[in-house]
Design a protein around this ligand. Sequence first.
Ligand SMILES: *Cc1c(COP(=O)(O)O)cnc(C)c1O
Ligand SMILES: [Zn+2]
Length: 404
Amino acid sequence: MTYSYVSHLQCPVCQTQYDTEHIHQLCACGSPLLVEYNLEQLKQQVKREDIQQRNPDLWRYHELLPVSSSEHVVTLGEGMTPLLHLPTLGERYGINHLYMKDESLVPSGSFKARGAAVGVSKALELGVEEFAMPTNGNAGAAWALYAARAGIRATIVMPQDAPQITRSEVALAGASLFLVDGLISDAGKMVAEKVKQDGVYDASTLKEPYRIEGKKTMGLEIAEQLGWQMPDVILYPTGGGVGLIGIHKALKELQQLGWISGTLPRLVAVQAEGCAPIVKAWEKRQERSEFWEQSTTIAFGINVPKALGDFLVLRALYETDGVGIAISDAELLEVQREVASLEGSFVCPEGAATFAAARKLAADGWIKPDETVVVLNTGAGIKYPDTVQTEAPLLQIGDSIVGR
Ligand SMILES: *Cc1c(COP(=O)(O)O)cnc(C)c1O
Ligand SMILES: [Zn+2]
């Protein structure tokens, strides 16, 4: 039994190939590298029914993951999150088949655990002993925790106003934590210098090719959970865009395997009005985005002023007839409350943005009432307790609430 059908790394810009037995970061041309698989062979030897018998975690798709041996798998049980039908909200939005892929239920409370599980496992397989990475919080938290489990040393640099809880996760996991008075892009420069001078592995978004493979499993799961039928639309809160690139890659691989048929869903990149470089580039039909000056949003995970993989996100939108759409912080806070009060789910601000986008696109007629729509809730709302303001009467002992 072949554990992984991984073949090689390939540059999506200049097509240069690299092996997956040695450490490679970016292509010599500066582009991120993507993992390629022996899909023809896989198609002959594995059936989608084989997968359905396996454990409910993302390693059920190990043939389509880059880790060559199960010995190197570092897992906390991540993956196979619920795909929840939301009838009440769907009725309000005019979307009859509205589903939420709920990533609040993975270890560390955000879908970043998927990228970390696969990224750290592959790093272990490659013999990495130490890595460094910049983060807006959740990725650093997830990578620090998986690194602890793998016995790999980690250095994490994050903006000082990143969610407090993510600092605690990194610190508790025993990683070296640095806070920077600036943005993730500033943290990135510090990491780049450390990588160059200290020779540690660079785990920055898309500078190692494997985290995308972990995030890709969201696409694999959506397909499997819908009985290998494609939804019409998938909405994703886009920062670095790795999840969206990953979902697109996953669906194309499934198509090549013949496990799904028909047209791919229209992919929607949802950003915040205070940081919408991809949306702006999409509106102008550009190939790449431009650095977004003074970016700001309470949806911290999508505060990425310039993504290394922007051209791959934009390609995914153009290829699937998708769109880019920006949501204001006020809107996403309102929708966060709407989702919790109507469906009982406390979604994260980034996830709330995808709901707001679905609402808008349905109102515009871009989403039709009978289409099947999947929104990604990328993390747990309870990771960001300070984004919600609550008011409640304070009682003294002896007060009564009868009839109130
Ligand atoms: C990182 C993050 C995102 C954005 O993910 P990308 O794949 O980098 O675009 C969205 N939501 C949350 C909660 C995140 O932590
Ligand atoms: Zn290249």
